[in-house]
Design a binder for this molecule. Structure first.
Ligand SMILES: [Zn+2]
Length: 465
């Protein structure tokens, strides 16, 4: 997969960057998979670093070239986009970035209902990997990516964003975004200096016996969700401070003011750094070196914020839905993709001087959770299943009436069978942990709230019950 589309009539500097990237992707035919991934990661990182300070007019020219490349590619290779773009009267080229607003939106419902039509036909099926993304609701979306490049590209983007908080690959990271089921709270990953602390074990009872190991590791960065970083921060007064931590790298949930205050009190010398990126790789945004506002990365695509009538918002201070057009994922092109996340448009950042679009806040997931029997918290972000277990499920919802017991309601799709039931049972029981028993109930529909939402979690007991 080439990372970006080959430009035609653009400045030499940009053309050379594109050549480097195409060269990186062509070398993926070589045998050494790890080496290929490293190469793709490093070349992507290098391009992002080099283009970070491009002048606005250079970036606009590059984006327009990428956008037209994406649209022509989708017209040729994706039947779903071909149908939509043709119906909208698109003739193969946009003259200005602003003209993107004339093209139709791409919705999650379209992706759910006709996902195959939006998968590019020029990739062999055995080179693809299915990704399922849950988001704030229990209606998952499923889309395809290229198996051999996805992780390297995602890592390159994450690492480049984190660099603004001082991160360099190889720095000691404590990762609190995964739940492990084999009973060990601490897991060494295959990445250098990257240790996982299972979110099953963010309680004093378990951690007190393992804390010396965590302290001895001397993490410099903590990778987490706002909810798991808060849970860890609450334990630190009893466990002992982690004085080497330079930054907490947080994503996937909205960070509340209360959470920020708790984390800041436990890590008084660390930066609380937030980044935004979907598994669709339709776009990325992050804080900068100096500001807590989200800077959209223009190399990842084009961002729009639209009002309730679908019109792009131009005025700072107004809020709306984030719509992304992505330059990265060519297996499933995302063109004017309605993310369902809301944000407030900001002005440009005077602190770093980048003329990148700014979002002063992003309202994604709020900190819903499930509770274990002893009060342990399972954050909503841990329930965002990326595998294929839910492929025959139209919608699902967790319901909790008492700590330690959870009901999972699912609306099956055509083709759902006992194998799907077992796979979901195994996956979810592992993520929930041993102090939560749960059962699956098949239902015909999941009722909507008066506001029309289908929340992923219906929580009827409080954290202190
Ligand atoms: Zn800035």
């Amino acid at each position: 997969m080439s990372i970006f589309f080959a430009p035609r009539r653009i400045a030499g500097k940009i053309r050379n960057q594109a050549r480097l990237l195409l060269k990186a992707s062509s070398t993926l035919k070589a045998k050494n998979v790890l080496w290929q991934r490293r190469l793709l990661h490093d070349r992507t990182s290098r391009f992002l670093a080099q283009s970070d300070q491009w002048k606005p007019e250079t970036m606009v020219a590059w984006q327009l070239c990428q956008l037209n490349g994406l649209l022509q590619y989708a017209l040729k290779n994706c039947p779903g986009h071909m149908r939509k773009l043709t119906a909208a009267g698109f003739d193969g080229k946009l003259e200005r970035l602003e003209d993107l607003g004339m093209l139709p939106f791409f919705t999650k419902n379209e992706l759910r209902a006709q996902g195959d039509e939006f998968t590019a036909t020029n990739f062999p099926s055995n080179s693809l990997r299915a990704i399922t993304s849950g988001g704030t609701t229990g209606t998952p979306t499923r889309f395809m990516v290229e198996a051999k490049t996805y992780d390297a590209l995602f890592d390159a983007w994450r690492h480049t964003m984190w660099r603004r908080a001082g991160y360099i690959p190889g720095k000691r990271c404590l990762d609190i975004t995964w739940a492990f089921t084999d009973g060990r709270p601490l897991i060494n990953s295959d990445k250098k200096n990257h240790v996982y602390l299972s979110i099953h074990d963010l309680d004093y009872g378990t951690l007190s016996t393992w804390w010396q190991r965590v302290k001895a590791f001397q993490p410099e960065f903590i990778i987490g969700f706002p909810s798991t970083a808060t849970a860890l921060a609450k334990l630190l007064p009893a466990l002992g401070a982690l004085t080497e931590v330079r930054a907490l790298l947080l994503a996937s949930e909205t960070l509340t003011a209360d959470q920020r205050a708790i984390i800041a009190a436990a890590f008084p010398h660390a930066r609380i750094f937030q980044w935004y990126g979907m598994s669709e790789m339709a776009g990325f945004a992050s804080n900068c070196e100096y500001s807590d506002a989200f800077h959209h990365w223009p190399q990842s695509g084009i961002i729009e914020v639209i009002d309730d009538d679908g019109r792009p918002i131009q005025t700072a201070g107004q809020s709306g839905e984030i719509v992304l057009t992505g330059f990265i994922n060519q297996v499933t092109p995302f063109i004017r993709y309605r993310t369902g996340d809301r944000a407030t448009l900001g002005d440009y950042c005077a602190k770093c001087g980048r003329m990148h679009k700014l979002l002063t806040n992003i309202e994604g997931r709020v900190g819903d959770f499930l509770l274990g029997e002893r009060g342990r918290v399972v954050p909503i972000s841990a329930l965002n299943f990326h595998g294929d277990e839910f492929r025959h499920v139209f919608a699902h919802q967790f319901i909790q009436d008492e700590p330690g017991r959870v009901l999972l309601r699912i609306v099956p799709r055509l083709g759902f069978n006992n194998g799907d039931h077992s796979a979901i049972n195994q996956l979810v029981s592992g993520i929930l942990g041993s102090d939560i028993t749960f059962r699956i109930e098949q239902v015909e529909m999941i009722p909507r709230t008066p506001r029309g939402k289908q929340p992923l979690i219906i929580q009827r007991c409080s954290q202190n019950s």
